[in-house]
Design a protein around this ligand. Structure first.
Ligand code: 5GP
Ligand code: MN
Length: 321
């Protein structure tokens, strides 16, 4: 599919979602690396917001563009790991101007918004989907590292249910390219700064459980973030740590992005499809990891969410009975 789509494109822009995570970075830069090595006559550029420091060692120097050039029209815009156009952020304008568009993604909420779409909601990650579309012999160690990074991050180091047999097969084939997996996993996934650990501790300490211990919630205000000197990208992983709490079905973590506007992250163990809840509030994601933004106090957000979660838990109980 990819080969055919890129065939006639002399210039290609690659873009991913706002606040890029490991899968977004891995899939966008993995594809970039592959194309620049194997399609040398094409112009390939990557547009992403600021990339978290943890991934920096794997990102080729000076490649990622944070602003769109005026008047530039690409033959093809490839949109990766993005459930909808809005999630492209600043690169959306470039996407709209491009002659052809393609989207490769694994969000259930994706409504096939591009001209060519390859959407596989069951896939572990966009990076695994990109891997499947490439010719194995043409994948270099650098490309392999980036795709492996994406898979590692979206599967929580292969722990989530989205990591299926095909994921492990892809990972094994990527390892054969010489990826130093223990180093990559330690440096990009587990290592945290002191401030990151402090804010994690704070969020856990101040968390509340409700609905008979089935839900856990916590929030961090802008003021607290400033106090610890942390940015939104430093808060990754907090909601996953909350989710492992025994008895919890849904974890909710929110942080203030603007005065009384919260970015909400949802994680589910089994019984609740949080992508449905996120979509209800104008966001999206996957059954077990989703998010949205909402105005109001954390209390308002929780009140609004509680009804949705209760309805799904009741549905589930009725099915079990
Ligand atoms: P996170 O909670 O880590 O920000 O996001 C979890 C998942 O939900 C990711 O796959 C992310 O792309 C998706 N997601 C998070 N926030 C939003 C949002 O506001 N809109 C949409 N469409 N998806 C989101
Ligand atoms: Mn992803």
């Amino acid at each position: 599919m990819l080969k055919k789509i890129i065939k006639d494109a002399a210039s290609i822009a690659i873009g991913g979602h706002i606040r890029p995570d490991g899968d977004c970075v891995g899939s966008c830069l993995g594809l970039y690396q592959y194309l620049t090595e194997n399609e040398t006559e094409k112009q390939v550029d990557v547009y992403l917001e600021e990339i978290p420091d943890a991934y920096a060692a794997y990102v080729p120097d000076g490649v990622v563009r944070h602003q769109i050039p005026e008047g530039k029209v690409y033959d093809l815009f490839i949109c990766l790991d993005c459930g909808d156009e809005e999630r492209l952020g600043f690169s959306k304008a470039l996407y709209e101007q491009a002659i052809h568009t393609c989207c490769i993604d694994h969000h259930v909420s994706n409504e096939e918004f591009a001209e060519y779409n390859h959407i596989v909601p069951d896939a572990s990650s966009t990076s695994e989907l990109v891997y499947d579309l490439l010719e194995y012999e043409k994948i270099s160690k650098k490309t392999a590292e980036l795709l492996y990074l994406g898979i590692v991050h979206d599967t929580g180091v292969f722990q989530y249910s989205c990591a299926g047999p095909s994921t492990f097969r892809a990972a094994a084939k990527l390892l054969e390219k010489g990826v130093d997996a223990p180093k990559l996993i330690q440096d990009t996934y587990y290592e945290k700064s002191y401030a990151q650990n402090q804010i994690l501790g704070r969020a856990l300490l101040e968390s509340i459980v409700f609905m008979d211990g089935k839900c856990i919630a916590s929030y961090i205000t802008k003021k607290t973030m400033d106090f610890y000197g942390v940015k939104p990208k430093d808060l990754d992983g907090i909601v996953s740590q909350m989710r492992v709490t025994k008895g919890v079905e849904v974890a909710i973590f929110m942080y203030e992005t603007d005065a009384s506007v919260y970015k909400v992250s949802l994680r589910s163990k089994e019984k609740v499809d949080v992508s449905r809840i996120a979509a209800y509030f104008g966001g999206g994601g996957h059954a077990k990891a989703a998010g949205f933004s909402m105005a109001g106090t954390p209390h308002d957000v929780l009140n609004n969410l509680a009804g949705q979660m209760e309805a799904q838990l009741l549905e589930e109980e009725a099915e079990e009975a």
